[in-house]
Design a protein around this ligand. Structure first.
Ligand code: NAD
Ligand code: TDX
Length: 331
């Protein structure tokens, strides 16, 4: 099996490539533009001869077409992924998330190649803190940010290509990932590296917003399960029952580091900040038999914290610039 992985040098994509190398015999081609969010180092240590990296844009049909023609299946992770960036400049989000997905869809249509599209729970908007409901596959789309609206649009393109052109595609919508190689602009690595650096954690607003955390390895296993056993045309929600308020996450990080639990700052809120995400992944668990391995969030968090301690050389060169950009927004 030859798998084309778009965005395979990013946080979740690279974890997925390692998952394929460890658990399958698949040959992998990574297509990645190597934006600021990518890291070649995240692909180190892979078996030589089984993984190739092509540097290119998923929205460039001339690059994409021969790669899709040569693949048995395409797994599409490539995206602009950070909500805060999308509030400052939505343009690359429209280009990569919408035009990129369209470009890939036209290529898989042309070549009859199976596609798995990786998406987010943010397409469903947000829930109230006290709402017993969780998102399911039939929750109506209601995205809030330029990021989530371009992801929602990309999902709708996939659904339309399935229905109109019989493209064999599946979609997964996953909750917030954490783990190694996540860019330090994101919430958990930002707070961990702040503390290692002698800075205080920075919580938006009151820190009440809730996210549903899943370890990225469990997301990779879910995506591979769907590629193998998912029914074309279907959507599967991926989540590990990991709801925590942002304040609880920061308190847990502070505890693990032996610091006082109130040693953080409240800073300017994110405009349009989604209140709560929560995933009901019953369909994936019952139909395809997937379940998460990382069931203890604090344990996964402690391991992730240790990873950032051990990989300071990777994130250190970017830390000041990331913090300077946040400071311009009072965050
Ligand atoms: P990331 O930002 O860490 O990585 C994205 C990768 O895509 C980078 O390697 C980047 O270079 C590449 N890329 C960007 N634009 C490209 C283009 N035009 N052509 C080719 N490559 C391009 O993102 P991530 O957090 O690993 O997210 C991966 C996917 O998973 C995204 O589709 C995202 O929407 C989805 N997702 C993420 C989360 C999460 O918590 N991070 C949760 C659910 C779904
Ligand atoms: O410094 C911070 N302080 C803070 O309170 C940062 C960076 C974030 N936050 C809050 C905002 C969110 O409520 O933490 C929460 C998580 O923030 P992000 O890491 O930016 O993630 P989020 O906006 O929830 O989106 C993530 O999960 C869904 C990914 O970035 C998306 O790609 C994915 O689709």
């Amino acid at each position: 099996m030859h798998v084309l992985v778009t965005g395979g040098a990013g946080f979740i994509g690279s974890n997925f490539v390692h998952h394929l190398a460890e658990h399958t015999d698949a040959r992998v081609t990574v297509l990645d533009k190597l934006t600021y969010a990518a890291s070649r180092a995240s692909l180190d240590g892979l078996p030589p001869g089984r993984v190739a990296l092509v540097v290119g844009d998923v929205a460039d049909a001339e690059t994409v077409d021969p790669l899709v023609a040569a693949a048995d299946v395409v797994v599409h992770f490539a995206a602009e992924s950070h909500n805060d960036n999308s509030l400052h400049d939505p343009s690359p989000f429209v280009h990569t998330n919408l035009v990129g997905t369209y470009t890939l869809l036209e290529a898989v249509r042309q070549h009859g190649t199976r596609l798995h599209h990786v998406s987010t729970d943010e397409v469903y908007g947000d829930l109230e803190l006290d709402d017993p409901a969780r998102f399911t596959e039939s929750t109506p789309y209601d995205p809030s940010s330029p990021y989530s609206s371009t992801k929602a649009g990309s999902d709708l393109l996939v659904r339309a290509w399935v229905r109109s052109f019989a493209v064999a595609a599946t979609i997964s919508n996953c909750s917030n990932n954490y783990g190694p190689w996540q860019h330090i602009e994101k919430f958990i690595p930002r707070q961990i590296t702040n503390l290692i650096d002698g800075r205080r954690p920075r919580l938006y607003g009151e820190g009440r917003n809730v996210r549903d955390w899943i370890h990225t390895s469990d997301h990779s296993a879910a995506v591979w399960t769907i590629v193998q056993h998912g029914r074309p045309g279907e959507t599967y929600l991926v989540g590990a029952d990991g709801e925590r308020s942002n304040r609880e996450v920061v308190e847990a990080i502070l505890r693990i580091m032996g610091r006082s639990e109130d040693d953080y700052d409240l800073v300017a809120d994110r405009p349009g900040h989604d209140l709560r995400y929560a995933i009901d992944s019953t369909k994936l668990r019952t139909e395809l038999g997937w379940s998460p391995s990382f069931t203890d969030f604090e344990e996964g968090l402690a391991a992730t914290l240790q990873w950032y301690r051990d990989h300071e050389a990777w994130w250190r060169p970017h830390k000041d610039a990331v913090e300077a950009a946040y400071a311009r927004s009072g965050q």
